[in-house]
Design a protein around this ligand. Structure first.
Ligand SMILES: [Mn+2]
Length: 287
């Protein structure tokens, strides 16, 4: 038995299960090494855009089973939807046992307000975020509607949906500008709305930075991804940090903790347990 690291809150995003780029084994090793009270999955965990029945390896299934097992063992799981898993957006507000699905969430952390969302709604609308911020609490919801509308229009026109990787490939210069604008506008919106922390993902750029304007300050946090950066955000003892898998030596926590005779039956069994747990009375909702 190895000792797991106790953390109050862990945040991961942009895992992209079901794609060739996803480093599921590294993620499994990480998840096996921690014992969080709450685990936030901040979007693009399962990649429904690229979902293909012929490619969903065992290690990817094991990540899903691991998360369900964590929920069954008392970890609160908050699944925030992203653009690649937007098929789940219609389940906003659903709670199954310890797992809840939301499009965004506000949590109180030691008296400070933390705002969590995936971040894709800023793709088309970065330049509009500033004046939308002035509309207070409605800003984010308006961006969501606007973004959905633009997606729908471009889809009808037969054009591809916005692709970040494509944008980055176009030119390094425009990619850097895009990332900077994204970080700045999200921070400004969070400051306008009085959040101490704003936690997102989506652009695959792990970051933790205190951003200050004349209106106030906020801590901008991005959990990165499990394709290239292998990063997570951890909150413990009133502090945030970025966890870098590549800088950690986790040899004792090998993936073999869950044995190789794993199959679909195990996953179904795990889901059934969660469903039974869901029949217990509901706890009060955050946000
Ligand atoms: Mn995304």
């Amino acid at each position: 038995m190895t000792i797991k690291r106790k953390i109050e809150l862990a945040v991961i995003s942009d895992v992209h299960l079901g794609t060739y780029g996803c480093q599921a084994k590294a993620l499994l090793t990480y998840l096996n090494s921690i014992a969080p009270k709450t685990l936030i999955l901040n979007g693009d965990i399962i990649d429904a855009w690229h979902f293909n029945k012929r490619y969903f390896p065992k290690s990817h299934l094991k990540v899903i089973k691991k998360i369900i097992d964590m929920a069954a063992n008392g970890v609160k799981i908050i699944y925030i939807t992203g653009n690649h898993d937007e098929v789940f957006r219609k389940f906003d507000g659903t709670e199954v046992g310890n797992i809840s699905i939301v499009n965004k969430i506000v949590l109180e952390l030691d008296g400070k307000k933390a705002w969590f969302f995936h971040g894709d709604v800023f793709d088309f609308s970065i330049q509009h975020a500033k004046w939308l911020a002035k509309l207070g609490g409605y800003g984010y919801d308006l961006l969501t509607v606007l973004n959905r509308y633009i997606n729908w229009v471009t889809h009808k026109l037969g054009r591809e949906r916005f692709s970040l990787s494509k944008k980055i490939k176009n030119s390094v210069k425009s990619a850097i500008k895009f990332i900077k604008d994204y970080e700045r506008e999200i921070a400004h919106l969070a400051i306008e709305q009085g959040y101490d922390y704003v936690v997102c993902g989506h652009i695959h750029q792990p970051k933790m930075e205190l951003i200050e304007t004349k209106n106030g300050k906020t801590m901008y946090l991005n959990s990165g991804d499990w394709i290239e950066n292998f990063t997570a955000l951890e909150y413990q003892f009133k502090r945030w940090k970025i966890y870098h898998y590549n800088e950690d030596k986790l040899a004792p926590f090998s993936v073999n903790e869950q044995e190789d005779n794993f199959d679909m039956q195990d996953l179904i069994a795990a889901i059934t347990i969660v469903e039974q747990a869901a029949k217990k009375p509901k706890k009060e909702k955050v946000d």
